[in-house]
Every structure is written in C-alpha cells, then in structure tokens.
Design a protein around this ligand. Sequence first.
Ligand code: ZN
Length: 283
Amino acid sequence: MSSQADSEAFVRPPGTGARSRRSGVAFELIGCAWNGHSLVGTDAAEVAAEDALVVRPGDDGTRWYRCLRCDAWLLLPEPTAPTRARPAARDEIVLPARGRPLKSRYVLRLIALTRAFNVLVLLLVLCGAIAVLVNQTALRDDLVANATTLQSVFGGQAIGQLESLLSGGAGPLWLVAAGLAVLIGLETAEGVGLWRATRWGEYLTFVMTTLLLVPEGLELTSSTSPGTIIGMVVNLAVVLYLLFSKRLFGLRGGLPAVQAERDHDISWAALARHLPDRATARA
Ligand SMILES: [Zn+2]
C-alpha cells in the first residue's frame, strides 16, 4: 500500500528504528530489567517543547517517555494525579549509568562475585582452623572437605595449600587463623569496593590479585591441574583488565580519561547525541 516516498514520509516513533550506535550486548537492558526503566515526567501535569529530549505528548491522553538508561520510548497514559507542574529540571535528575561505564560496572561486579566466593571458601577454612584449636578434628575434616568440593566445582585458589596449613606445618595454628581472618577482611573489602565501583577497590584488587599471582605461578611449577591454570588465567585477566581498561597508575590517561569516558556516555549531551534523527526533525 505504500510507495517508497510514503515510507520515507512516515516518521517512526522515536527509538523504534535501527539502533544507530554500537552493536552487541546492550548492558542498559540488563539494568532496566533489574531496576526498571528510568523515566522523567511521569509525575508532571504538563510537558513542554523543551522537555522533548526525554518526554513528549502523545495522542488521546498519552505521553512518550524516554528511558534515560536504554533510550527506549514508552507510550504511557498521562498521570491522573500529578504531583508537580513540570518535569524535574536537568540539574535535579541523576542520570543512570549507561554505555561503557555501565559495562565496566558489570565487569567489576562479576569480579566482586569471585571475591565473595573466595571469602566463603576462606571462612570454611578459618572455621576448620578454629575447630582444630578447640580439638574438634572431625568438624575440621568436614569443613575442609566442603571447601575442597567448592574449589573443585568453581576452581580458583589452591585450597590444598590451606589444607596443609591446618595440618600444623606452617607454625602456630592461631597465627594461621589470624592470617586467614586478615585475608577474609581484605577479600571482603575488595568485593565491596568493586561492587560499588570505587577507585580504591580497583587498586586494592589489583595489588591483592598481583600478589596472588606469585604463589599461583610457583604452584604451576609443581602442579598443572585445570583448577590451578584456570585460576591463574582468570587472575591474570583481572590484573590486565584493571590496569588497562580502568587506567590504573595513570595508564592511558588515568583517572581524567576515566572521567572523560563517563562524561561522554552519562550526560545530557550523550542523550541528545543518541536521539534518532527523524525524531529530532519531528520535535
Ligand atoms: Zn530502560
């Protein structure tokens, strides 16, 4: 029914055309699936032309709302009980993470989950040490067996070394338990710092993981089990990712470059840049 000219004349609703920016996994969709879309003006009685970047009037008591995270435009009814006259001003709105900073946040959280797993294993070993200290050797054996099972499933640090510690070959057991407690504290701090995407969390993880590469490298000289190799490859990848992608120690522009990357993807200018052309023409 439509000619080429007709289809050219048709202005698609904004956001429904082909994605004009990067291809691949849209991490914003994961964020929106988890947190819901980030909309502006759903509580406003009226919208004006200057709000067109994020909200526009529709037909028959509807409005188009643009998600500030994933750029989808949603057609929703106008609010029946608005609580403010106009949508919030730009300086009142905290823009959600998107683009490369959002992808980076997910990678950091993935690393944080591995730290949570390490803490779980170390806690089992610490409980084993405490069990020995209070002469509960059967309990120690159970705890170490559980820790070993976890390691065999997920790979990672060499539980065998920790197990030998509990056999009493590495000095007073209370000293081993104290060392384990410190390690658990550091791994917990790493996990929290990474989960919250803090700079100190990135540096702490870099230092801790680099230090861990030394015993893992030594272990490779005596054992080439899949768990050891996988653990070392993962830790090496984490170190390289933090060093180059997170630009630690001033590499690739350092913190200013990280901030510039963030401003490029999480800003009102970024929202204007990703507005579909035809929608701009229609506005
Ligand atoms: Zn969204």
